[in-house]
Structures are given as structure tokens and as C-alpha cells.
Design a protein around this ligand. Sequence first.
Ligand SMILES: Cc1cc2nc3c(=O)[nH]c(=O)nc-3n(C[C@H](O)[C@H](O)[C@H](O)COP(=O)(O)OP(=O)(O)OC[C@H]3O[C@@H](n4cnc5c(N)ncnc54)[C@H](O)[C@@H]3O)c2cc1C
Length: 362
Amino acid sequence: MKVDFLIAGAGFAGCTLAERIATQFDKKVLLVETRNHIGGNTYDYYNEDGLLIQKYGPHIFHTNLKDVWDYLCRFTEWNGYIHRVIAVVRGKEVYLPINLDTMERLYDRKFTSEELEEYFEQHRVKLDKIRNSRDVVVSQVGEELYDLFFKNYTKKQWGIYPDELDPEVTKRLPVRFNRDTRYFTDAYQGIPKHGFTRMFERMIDNKNIHLLLKTDYREIIDSVEYNKLIYTGPIDYYFDYMFGKLPYRSLDFKFETLDMEKYQNAGVVNYPNDYNYTRITEFKHFYLQQHQKTTICYEYPLAEGDPYYPIPKPECREIYQKYRKEADKLRSVYFIGRLAQYKYLNMDQVVAGALKLFEELI
Ligand SMILES: Cc1cc2nc3c(=O)[nH]c(=O)nc-3n(C[C@H](O)[C@H](O)[C@H](O)COP(=O)(O)OP(=O)(O)OC[C@H]3O[C@@H](n4cnc5c(N)ncnc54)[C@H](O)[C@@H]3O)c2cc1C
């Protein structure tokens, strides 16, 4: 087989580049995907009860990048879903990020914006230097809120407490002094009206794109003639783990379909302090689907398993840099996406990166 581009991986990165190359260059693309479906980690499908669910955890599209939004709007309409996250603490349901509403419910008292600012000023721990994730949080909201919302959630999520994690994991802690209960404040957000998978199907529906599922690119690479390779899989796998395996935090998802119309009051409910799972997702909220049943998903963080979150530690980044150096030596091979860049990237960042790479290929 002869193609212009061989693309490994049919997630956001792979499908965006396949679409651009096929339609703008009129070039032949072979898109190879290990799994039995396209869409990468945002894959959604109708389960046996006819409920639309996401296989790899809750995914909500949000961006401030108008060009990325406009690009995706060519392949889908959006359902207008606004994401809200509830946390259950001290037996109460409160919205995240922490805002006036959260604080009033938690402390059974009223707050004005000024009073909340004053509250944090009184409670925050004054530190000379921010050394880790715990410092980021306590320096802004104090010990008590750190204990209630962050300490144990982080332990579940990462297997270690925030004082052992890079400050960048929590970055700038979003605390709001208003009553905005939206989880994301980006200008554009939602879920594709007919699901992510349908959007991807439309992106790659082109005579120039040939899709091969259930195939590792290595199985076919020697039997395909191609000019350029775009690789969106794990960078350490590409180089046969020559510098060791890049560590990831993994997840296990347990699905349950219940004989009730609605299970919880938001698409995602976090349990920072109770149970072994971090959160429960109820997909109906995302898809605005009417159905007499509902499917929920419990999310259990794991030390081993499929790669989900790169470990944010300097020693891991050092290993990645070694692979990056090798990657930079290669001509006509391009590494893009969350696995190839060993970086947590939101969907819009991946699309933006893919569109940028496409410009460079021209
Ligand atoms: C639990 C969770 C929730 C998230 N929620 C959000 C959210 O709400 N909003 C948001 O913007 N982002 C979210 N993200 C991030 C989002 O998942 C990523 O931005 C996006 O999936 C990255 O797309 P990608 O193409 O880089 O990678 P992927 O989606 O992982 O696609 C890569 C594809 O390459 C395939 N592949 C790997 N190796 C090979 C090989 N050797 N040969 C062939 N194919 C191969 C894989 O099977 C995969 O399908 C979340 C991430 C996680 C872990």
C-alpha cells in the first residue's frame, strides 16, 4: 500500500490531522488505530440500554480558542451543556470551584464577596515560598478547606498527598468571589449534539482517508510506503522504552445502569473524603438524554494500567526530555498529542497543536 501520510492513533490529534491533510492537501492518509474504535479517550457510544456514555471517563469540551471552536463546528453542532461539578463534604452537596454559594452552604451563613475575601485573608497560611501543591492551596484558602476538598482527593487521585506533588498540579487555585457555579468559564463549551464519536466519523469521512482499526501501526509499517509519519501514541513505546517506561497514573471505570431516571444532581459528583473512588459521572446530564434508566460510572485511580495522567514530577519530565531529543533527530516523523508529548492536554489544546502542525507541514 502507498500513502502520503501514515497516522498512528485516531483520537483528537490523529483525526484532526487526517482531516486537514485529506481535504486541504488532497493527499492519501492511512489512519491506524490500536483500539476497535475511533475518538481516542473521548469515544462515546450507546450501551445495551440505549444510553449514550463515555468509555474513558467524563469529557466536556471547553475552549477560549475561537479558531479551534470554529474548526470543530464544521463537523458537529453542540448541545449547549454547561458543566457543573458537585463535591460531597461533611454530608453536604456544594459546587466546585469554591464560590460564595459553596461557602454559604458549607458554613450555614451568608457571605458577600468582600466578606469572603476577608475570610480567606484571615485563614490563608502566609508562606515565603510555594514548594508543592499543598502550599498552593493553603496559601490561598487555609488549612480547613484544604483538608475538606483537596488533601484526601489528591491522595486518591495521585496516590500521594499534595505536599509531595509539584505546585503545577494545582496551579492557580480557582476560587470565585461570585455565584458562578459553572465548572468551566470558557467562552465556548458543550458536548457534540450527537456525541464525540459521530463528530469524529464526520471528520474522517473522506475518500483520501483509509482507516484501519485494531491495528498497532508497527504491525503494518513495513508493508506500507509512506512519506511522513504522524505519531500520536506513547513516545516511550515508539523508542522501545530505551530510556525506561514513562510513568502514568491510571484509572479504572465501573459502570452501572440503574432503573431510575436520575441518580445525582450534576454530571459529576466528587467524593473527596469518602470511598475509594474519586467521583461518579452520570452521562445523561452531559447528553441531555431522556430515558427511564440512567448509567453512572465510578472512577477509581490506579497506579498501574492504561496511561491517563503523566506523573508531574521533575524526574519524569527528565526521562521525557531524553525521548524528545531522540524525536527531534528524526526527519519526517511528527510527535503530537497527549501521549506523544507526555503532557496532560485538554482537547482544545490538542486540536490547536494539530492545526499548528498542519500549518508547518504546508
Ligand atoms: C479522565 C479524563 C478526563 C478528561 N476530561 C477532559 C475534559 O473534560 N475536557 C478536555 O478538554 N479534556 C479532557 N481530558 C483530556 C482529553 O482526554 C485529551 O485532551 C484527548 O483525549 C487527547 O487526544 P489525543 O489524540 O492526544 O490522545 P488520545 O485520545 O489518547 O488518542 C490517541 C490514540 O492513539 C492510539 N494509539 C496509541 N498507540 C498506538 C499505536 N501504537 N498504534 C496505533 N494507535 C495507537 C490510542 O489507542 C488512542 O486512540 C481528559 C482526560 C482524562 C484522562
